[in-house]
Design a protein. Structure first.
Lengths: 753, 156
């Protein structure tokens, strides 16, 4: 029986549960033995002109090795969309947390004391602390550009005639609030220049090879001069893609001082200076007939990009995924991205797709409420049908496979939807102050959207062991186990003889790494491709050794041996002998280039209770189908869904990054940011479904982000559903008690008039 | 100042600044990097260790306060023969960890929780681990791991 599809506990775990793994701050490498410690002095104001920096007192403080500002660097600023972002603030600061100076000390405990002595004079400017302030344009972050709008995409002007035939049209502005990725391991790096003139950077990153290219480019050296190593990485969620600007400054400082440098940010820095996610304001307009047929949909996106627009693909990806799982005949989208005096926005688990899903799934519920139809029924009427795949959306996506109605029905069956609706009615009839709310979200997302491919290498050694190198860069997903399972299945070699390596640019020079749920479909396909090449080569070698025609040979994967087909009693060859015959090592080093995006989908049902007297909304159940095709390891597959669900639920109910009107962050510690805990979540109810794709060698789609995407609007819709009988039609996330209370107050006023 | 602490059954002594936090004593003086720092407000629990058998967040205890006391870290759970502690074994079996960064603190908090309540319900586990944050697992499998480690059947 194949190991693929069976539950296999992770090989990664032993180190992590006994010694706690080796994250950047745990490194005790010889090259770092005399490393200095680093801290960035960061802007305490959102928008200001720097009129002077006095580093004299800091430079003479105990243990200080160096204090550096923009004036010292001499590095070309990097591009951030149409503007330039300095490595250290140069003349103007544009968000609280922007790095202004770097301080190096001999001892870690000297850092804070010395940093406090760096004297920066700030001449405050008006802060652009909201999307409205940005659009207003009264204050510009980059006056040379003439506008705070840094990107416009989609329709220049909307055409209202698409709604002409509609009997009902609903419109709603929906905030998709800014949230913090907040991996448990904050950002960290260690840099050491060797006597050979090469720079080694240990970096908490999802993409060592991208980071290497970025660092080489920014430091003005050849790529071969830089080696990046991703040690154990304590979560990324999209916010550790490549190298952040700090790494370049650290690499520069290591060169300048001739000392190895190590850096780990504080959590407060992490919550203000690591990129945030989401931060969109979306206006939806959806029209159709009273029988539930939707005729037209419009999505107008405003993306808050923060102070430096590092990820302008986000709003356009939201546009591309606008229609979700529905066959809307008329669709219009537009997006504008603005800059504000806030932390830059970049990828966070889902990155553009959760925003699209949240918008269309709220729009569907608003429409269902308006025509008085059950939201499940409305969705069924408008789903793209199974026979319509591959389905080309009006917004430019080519969906591979989908069974959207089946996914929803599975979820509703598993949840007992009819009984839940009955319970909701009973509570309402009894005047129960604790309302029950049911929220549905049906979703489709895109994984591996970059379609850039991935590297894979497989070596079979004469001792029968297998070593594989993947360009993917797992940091908690368990991909090392998953890839070993694929190899075991393909080669017939037991797991314990297989090693999977990743994350060192000297070992894996060419790779993309991990983001966008691409790793199994691309990294896995690359490993499969390499294994297939190894098998093809082994067939030739075994044929020579057994004096048979290659076509007559077969690999018995149960035993891991080559034999002549139909002659089971004949001589067999193990992998060790074949590797020996190959001259000591049988190797295939490939690039899986035939990568195409895939489209996982699913449906979630959230059940919430909302206490209308206190405003508190609590999630009681969440039932989920997340279909990402065939499953290699159900253990880690379910783990990815669990994590996604928690983050999605957290955005709907709890988490939001906030600023005051002057651009001061008010959620800059974990005491202030409502990071979801175990006590706020129920057990998750997962329902299985697996619809393969034809777009890669394994038939798989990505599962890393899917559950995040479905769960946020499911919970959001559930809260609104709970309050619907009391006149509430919408409230923005997160559904905190004060917002729920305010929505009830507002609705009460309306009904009183 | 000179501080001596019994760490995982062996004495560790070092000359450290007065303000040294226990977590840094463990990581830098004792050389045990399993205990992680995840925040600066005593919120995340990644640094949880046992101090005389009780769980504490070692970022909020001075090394000096622990002087003369016994500290257990995640490195101290495994048997000398390589046998995993039941909580470690359960975290692996139930996939109670992904990136692993919160895991040492989570495991120590779980050990402490089970010492106080050997047969907790799932809700009791959730309440008991509220001070330990995890970003990867959604907590479901962490709860299952603690239930498993308590010898109760995991039914979801």
């Amino acid at each position: 029986m194949s190991i693929v599809g069976t539950r296999v506990v992770r090989r990664e775990d032993r180190n992590l549960i006994t010694g706690g793994g080796t994250y950047v701050d745990d490194l005790r490498e010889e090259a770092l033995a005399t490393a200095v410690h680093a801290v960035f002095v960061r802007s305490p104001v959102a928008h200001a002109r720097i009129t002077g920096i006095d580093v004299a007192a800091a430079a003479s403080a105990p243990g200080v090795v160096g204090v550096f500002t923009a004036a010292d660097l001499g590095l070309e600023p990097h591009e951030a969309g149409p503007v330039r972002e300095p490595w250290l603030a140069d003349g103007i600061v544009r968000y609280v947390g922007e790095p202004v100076a770097l301080v190096l000390t001999e001892e870690r405990y000297q850092l804070a004391d010395a940093a406090e002595l760096v004297d920066v004079d700030y001449d405050p400017l008006d802060a652009v602390a909201s999307i409205d302030a940005a659009l207003d344009g009264g204050t510009l972050l980059f006056p040379d550009t003439g506008s705070n709008i840094v990107q416009v995409h989609g329709m220049a002007e909307f055409d209202d005639t698409i709604f002409d035939d509609c009997e009902v049209v609903v419109t709603q502005t929906i905030l998709n609030p800014r949230v913090a990725p907040a991996p448990l391991e904050v950002r960290g790096a260690a840099c050491a220049w060797g006597e050979d003139g090469r720079l080694t950077v240990w970096l908490s990153t999802q993409n060592a090879q991208i980071a290497r290219s970025q660092l080489a480019g920014s430091l003005g050296v050849g790529e071969e001069t830089v080696r990046v190593i991703a040690p154990d990485v304590g979560g990324g969620f999209g916010a550790k893609i490549g190298a952040d600007p700090e790494a370049t400054v650290l690499g520069w400082a290591a060169k300048r001082t001739g000392r190895a440098v190590r850096w780990v940010e504080s959590r407060s820095e992490n919550l203000t200076a690591m990129t945030h996610g989401r931060a969109q304001r979306n206006t939806v307009t959806l029209g159709g007939k009273r029988d539930g047929t939707v005729l037209a949909y419009r999505l107008d996106v405003v993306q808050d990009s923060g102070a430096y627009p590092r990820a302008l693909f986000l709003p356009t990806l939201t546009e591309m995924m606008a229609v979700g799982v529905y066959r809307f005949p008329n669709v219009q989208t537009r997006s504008r991205a603005v800059v504000t005096n806030t932390t830059p926005i970049a990828a966070y688990r889902g990155a553009g797709r959760p925003e699209a899903t949240a918008a269309v799934e709220r729009a569907m519920d608003c429409f269902a409420a308006e025509i008085g139809m059950d939201p499940a029924e409305l969705r069924r009427i408008n789903f793209i049908r199974p026979e319509q795949f591959p389905y080309q959306t009006p917004t430019g996506a080519s969906y591979d496979t989908g069974e959207y109605a089946a996914a929803l029905d599975k979820v509703l069956d598993a949840a007992g939807y009819a009984e839940l609706r009955a319970e909701q009615r009973r509570r309402r009839e009894a005047g129960d102050p604790v309302e029950l709310g049911l929220g549905i979200a049906a979703y489709v997302e895109i994984t591996g959207s970059d379609a850039a491919g991935e590297s894979g290498r497989v070596d079979v050694h004469p001792d029968g062991s297998v070593v594989a190198w993947t360009g993917s860069s797992p940091h908690g997903q368990g991909l090392g186990t998953t890839l070993a399972m694929l190899l075991s299945d393909a080669l017939g070699v037991p797991l314990e003889k297989i090693t999977v390596r990743h994350g060192d640019t000297d070992e894996v020079p060419k790779a993309i790494g991990t983001f966008g749920s691409r790793s199994l479909q691309m990294g896995g396909s690359a490993i499969r491709q390499a294994a297939d090449e190894v098998i093809a080569r082994a067939r030739e070698l075994a044929a020579e050794l057994l004096e048979a025609a290659p076509d007559d040979l077969e690999l018995d994967v149960e035993r891991g041996v080559w034999q002549v087909r139909g002659a089971p009693s004949s001589t067999v060859l193990g992998w060790a002998q074949v590797a020996e015959a190959a001259g000591g090592k049988l190797s295939a080093d490939v690039w899986f280039g035939g990568a195409k995006p895939t489209f996982p989908f699913g449906a979630h049902l959230a059940v919430v209770e909302v206490d209308t007297e206190t405003g508190k909304a609590e999630l009681r159940r969440i039932v989920a189908v997340d279909d990402a095709g065939p499953i290699v390891n159900p253990l880690t597959f379910r783990g990815q869904r669990h994590g996604g669900l928690a983050q999605g639920v957290a955005q709907a109910l709890l988490e939001v990054v906030s600023y005051d009107e002057d651009g001061n962050p008010t959620t800059a510690t974990l005491a202030d940011y409502s990071f979801v805990t175990a006590a706020e979540l129920p057990d998750f109810e997962l329902v299985d479904m697996a619809t393969p794709t034809d777009r890669n060698l394994l038939g798989v789609k990505g599962i890393g982000e899917a559950a995040t995407i479905g769960s946020t609007p499911a919970v959001h819709n559930a809260v609104v559903d709970a309050l619907s009988a009391r006149g509430v039609r919408h409230l923005d996330m997160p559904a905190t008690p004060i917002r729920v209370w305010a929505a009830l107050e507002e609705a009460g006023k309306g009904s009183a008039r | 100042m000179k501080v001596s602490i019994e760490v995982n059954g062996r004495p560790v002594a070092g000359e450290v600044p007065d303000r040294t936090l226990l977590v840094h004593f463990l990581r830098d003086t004792a050389g045990l990097t399993g205990t992680n720092v995840g925040c600066d407000t005593t919120s995340c629990g990644a640094c949880t260790v046992l101090l005389d058998g009780e769980s504490v967040k070692s970022c909020t205890v001075l090394a000096a306060q622990a002087a003369g006391h016994a500290v257990t870290t995640v490195e101290g759970l495994e048997g000398s023969d390589g046998t995993l502690h039941p909580v470690q074994e359960a975290f692996r079996e139930q996939h109670g960890l992904q990136c692993g960064f919160c895991t040492p603190g989570m495991i120590m908090a779980a050990v402490s929780l089970l010492a106080d309540n050997p047969k907790p319900t799932r809700d009791e586990v959730r309440a008991g681990l509220e001070g330990n944050l995890c970003r990867c697992t959604g907590y479901h499998n962490i709860v299952s791991a603690v239930i498993d480690a308590s010898g109760q059947e995991v039914d979801r």
